[in-house]
Design a protein around this ligand. Structure first.
Ligand code: 5AD
Ligand code: SF4
Length: 468
């Protein structure tokens, strides 16, 4: 039993990060015939972690199922950021408990991901949810098989609050054979005052560029058309390893593998260098799309958030990117209602949105995360005011999304076709190089290809088009 601990999670030392090359060898007959149900909440990092979890379960012989009623093991990969994350988890746990008590006493219920790294969550699981069998964290996904094989009767909690290591030779059961996520870096050392990520995912640590390139080369060989480099703060790539490539140089090296489309998330404006912008602008296969979180348009709030840039610096960076990377789409994250954000400060956020005219934005009402500095700030702004601000912001953001999409009307653009549309089986869907979702007619046989599509209609969140 190992419980998460906030003080340990917060610690940063100069201890060298270990790069551990796993040599897993499990018997795929162990749980033959048994099924797993895996649900993922939250960001791309979690989505990709779930691809690892699925591969680990399958290495023991489990196969996947879509319903908890047919499952032998349920794994919930949780998020600590998204609105209502806690409610969603406990709601779903209720269903699992019912299933276990009524129909399947042997059902194994496992919780992992960022919420598993939170002290208060694990305390609640221990006191109120004794039927949960296993809790493991973001630092020991690689132990999943061992945890399942060596299960004891009682609730087993194995969560490490540490700076973390880097594991290599990891297998993934990728959701797609067209586009793939590739981790380049784990954790975060920025400690923005509202954010729990530096506590749940450990210190910023980069994979070696050699291992990253090897992974991408293998994906290219398999015929993958797109790779997205993943990290909490990709711009800081390499800074923690002496002699390692910068992110700009890594981008160029990955671009050299010949992968048709290369993307990356997430960038922090503070670390965004001119070399990066030049790298993006110089290569056809680095997509003109950047997610550039703003968080707030007020320099005072940005300072309280610990973001390390001012409104003006953000706008300068935005302009530089737009000037150099032709046709670049920019999306963002914005938080409203940070403690004591005034009406004028909120208006500054609207002002930045009016200047940047984002292609789209994820918007959040600030919610305190236990253990973060902002959670201790007294806050005089009512929830009602925050909700009004969010609504006003969303209306503005959506109007710019629609305007940006309308720019595409009657144009012909390359789209990577990914699959059949969920809503209409006569259509396929894909993304432009600028990450716009397009529903396409006349292209059922083009899945996995980058084709020219003429845009025939534009809505706030998607485009319609026809293959030409
Ligand atoms: N409250 C509201 N939004 C948050 N985010 C992160 N932490 C919080 C919080 N405590 C948002 C930020 C970040 C995105 C992934 O989630 O905008 O960029
Ligand atoms: Fe959180 Fe800031 Fe790190 Fe992003 S950069 S993960 S917002 S602490």
């Amino acid at each position: 039993m190992k419980l998460p601990n906030l003080l340990d999670a917060k610690k940063r030392t100069n201890e060298e990060v270990k790069h551990i090359y796993l040599e897993d060898n499990y018997d795929s007959n162990t749980f033959k015939g048994q099924k797993y149900f895996l649900r993922t909440y939250g960001c791309q990092m979690n989505v990709h972690d779930s691809e690892e979890i699925a591969a680990r379960l399958e290495s023991l012989g489990f196969t996947s199922t879509d319903t908890i009623e047919t499952a032998d093991v349920v794994v919930l990969n949780t998020c600590a950021i998204r609105e209502n994350a806690h409610d969603k988890l406990y709601g779903f746990l209720g269903r699992c408990k019912h299933e276990k008590e009524k129909n399947n006493n042997d059902l194994i219920i496992a919780i992992c991901g960022c919420m598993a790294q939170e002290e208060n969550v694990v305390n609640e699981i221990m006191t109120k949810h004794p039927y949960v069998d296993l809790v493991f964290g973001t630092h020991n996904i690689h132990e999943l098989q061992a945890l399942l094989l060596n299960r004891k009767e009682k609730q087993n909690i194995e969560v490490y609050s540490c700076e973390g290591d880097v594991y290599e030779n990891v297998s993934y059961k990728r959701d797609s054979d067209i586009k793939a996520w590739v981790n380049i870096q784990y954790g975060c050392d920025k400690f923005c005052t509202y954010c729990i990520v530096p506590y749940t995912r450990g210190k910023q640590r980069s994979r070696s560029s050699k291992d990253i390139i090897k992974e991408v080369e293998a994906l290219v060989k398999k015929g993958y058309k797109e790779v997205t480099l993943l990290g909490q703060n990709v711009n800081a790539y390499g800074k923690d390893i002496e002699g390692e490539l910068s992110f700009a140089d890594l981008l160029l090296k990955v671009s050299d593998t010949g992968i048709p489309r290369l993307r990356f998330v997430t960038s922090h404006p503070w670390d965004f260098t001119d070399e990066m912008i030049d790298a993006i602008a110089s290569r056809e296969n680095i997509m003109p799309y950047i997610h550039l979180p703003l968080q707030s348009g007020s320099s005072r709030i940005l300072k309280l958030m610990g973001r390390r840039y001012t409104k003006e610096e953000y706008l300068d960076l935005y302009k530089k990117i737009k000037d150099k990377v032709k046709g670049c789409a920019i999306t963002t994250d914005i938080i409203v209602g940070f403690p004591n954000e005034t009406e004028e400060e909120f208006k500054e956020t609207l002002d930045v949105v009016n200047k940047c005219k984002y292609d789209s934005a994820f918007t959040f009402i600030y919610s305190p995360r236990e253990g973060t500095p902002a959670a201790k700030m007294e806050d005089k702004i009512s929830l009602e005011t925050k909700e009004q601000r969010l609504q006003e912001l969303n209306e503005l953001v959506n109007s710019y999304s629609l305007a940006a999409n309308k720019e595409y009307l009657n144009k012909t653009v390359p789209v990577l076709i990914e699959g059949i549309s969920e809503k209409d089986s006569n259509k396929v869907f894909g993304y432009t190089d600028t990450m716009k979702l397009v529903n396409v007619i006349n292209a059922q046989d083009k899945i996995g290809e980058i084709i020219d599509v003429k845009i025939t209609d534009a809505k706030s969140f998607s485009l319609d088009g026809e293959a030409i």
